[in-house]
Design a protein around this ligand. Sequence first.
Ligand code: IVH
Length: 674
Amino acid sequence: MKDLSAIKTRLKELRRLIHYHDYRYYVLNQPEILDAEYDRLFNELKGLEADHPGLITPDSPTQRVAGQPAEEFAQAEHRVAMLSLDNAYNADELQEFEARIGRLLPGERFQYVAEPKIDGLGVALIYEKGILVRGATRGDGRLGEDVTQNLKTIRSIPLVLREGLRELGVLEVRGEVFMRRDAFLHLNEALEEAGQPTFANPRNAAAGSVRQKDPSITAKRPLDIFIYGVSYAEPNPFKSHWKTLEKLKEAGLKVNPRSRFCQDMETVTRFCSALEAEREALGYDTDGVVVKVDSLDQQRRLGTTTHHPRWAIAYKFPARQAATLVKDIIVQVGKTGAMTPVAVLDPVEVGGVTVSRASLHNEDEVARKDVRIGDMVLVERAGDVIPQVVQVILEKRPPDAGKFVMPRTCPVCGGAAFRPEGEAIVRCTNLACPAQLKERLFHFGSRRAMEIDHLGEAVVEQLVDRGLVKDFADLYRLDVPTLAQLERMAEKSATNLVIAIERSKGRGLARLLYALGIRYVGEHVASVLASHFGSMDKLAKATEEELSGIHEIGPRIAESVALFFSQKGNLKVIERLRKAGVRMAEEVVAVPQAQPLAGKALVLTGALEGFSRDEAKNLIERLGGRVTSSVSKKTDYVIVGRDPGSKYDEALRLGVPILDEEGFKELVARGGGR
Ligand code: IVH
């Protein structure tokens, strides 16, 4: 057994290395090592700490996501108030600002620092002897919320400072937490997919994520930060703002690389125009430029009002908001059947672009903002994000404006709309809904569904646009001469497609169910339903109660499946599929296959040599097992391949049996091989 001091030394070294590589990756954007190598360090640290929990320190990289969900945030008092900024809207007003400070400090010259004004959430971080001890929101400027646990999850916030400022007893820095636009769009897609409410813009997403009660959720949000200044230091070694920024950068804090030192106000003005031109390309939202007097001595002598510092001003870019009339509220149906209310607007120019529509997201959002036809509303545009209705101008509401009611049927096809319990999105459930047809067909033919080779997006596109296919069943009536008319489709490929369609008829009930694209019926649920009912007829007749009585079928799935089969239109398509010769029963295996993994839960981590992820998964399922995504005490085996992730550590920690690839093959061999 290693002695304790050797372990302590190694722990210290690992933490130092991980902090360093976090800095290279998240702050400098210049990683030095491969992810796998980083993971190895991290896993070693986690392992050592698990064996010696007494040696875990709050600044350990493993402690980024360590907090428990909070009931309520504690109050955090700001030692120095977090003020707002006075605004300037053009070059003249910047000149006026300079004249004003010139009157306060007669005869002095001013140099400036110009920085992008990030549109996010202002926070204050306190480091004591180089260790992050508190992070707080701005709140009302004097009293904010203690969101330390949440801020610790942001990888570009160092838990420990590097050389330079580590020695300071107290260092309080201020910065803006934000979300990059692409990350924001991804997040919204994921939220929408999960049926959860989306965010209106990156700022709301950042603020919502930081003020989220469960740090483990914050940890999954793609947040970032730019530190823009020091509000308190003990002792205070800083002389000028520009040099302060340089020191902060050296200490490992993420400072905006676009900030510039400016000799005079003319340079500042040029910077403002340049940044405005770059605004869209920055990748994150800015609403202007913050111009700060560089000399800290001058800053001190200029002082502050109760609202803002006299030594700084925000040059604001033209507003991206405008008021306009809601002429109508329509409901659009997306390719996955999601019904989205959209405001049809009197066209209005917002930040240089004419806007005539704005997304209202979902039923709850319309209700929350209470947007009605005939209302005057404020619309906002941010980057390439869809224009948003920010709020209703209530004073201008006509007396007869009635509340918006979300339709219960699809406006495109009249099919039943379904909004599951706890979800924000209403969806059309009609198989043949033209709005969804292309997406549905593409899924129907995909490899794990009916596996129709050659039914690519370009083909689906043409089949639907030319009216050749109106539902799945139409696929089975296509012949070579018809297909050969399509663009980029020669006789040979038309023949191949017809053969592929023909072959797909025999895929069996489980894959057919998955192919139908019923909400919540993924591959696994489809195979559960198929093996329980054995035929489409029996499944179609099952009641919601019956369905939810099945192991692994929850009320959400049951409701969705029952609604699907209650629709005449869907039953008609299924009937036509049957007539076309599509098999509606599950494979009946004459000799029952050995099911060595029956009822077993397995987790896969790392790369296997002999199988792709999908192959391994299919194999396990065929042998009666189940593949789950996370390790728990209920997991029966964890299969570990090359470069395993944290699931491996979790398995070690929980004492779950671990198999390498050889062990996995043996397990499989016992069940009759691949
Ligand atoms: S300096 C004493 N610099 O804008 C005022 N603020 O409208 C110090 N902000 O609360 C503010 N980027 O949250 C400063 N580069 C930047 C900024 C910035 C964004 C935010 C900050 C502040 C608000 C004031």
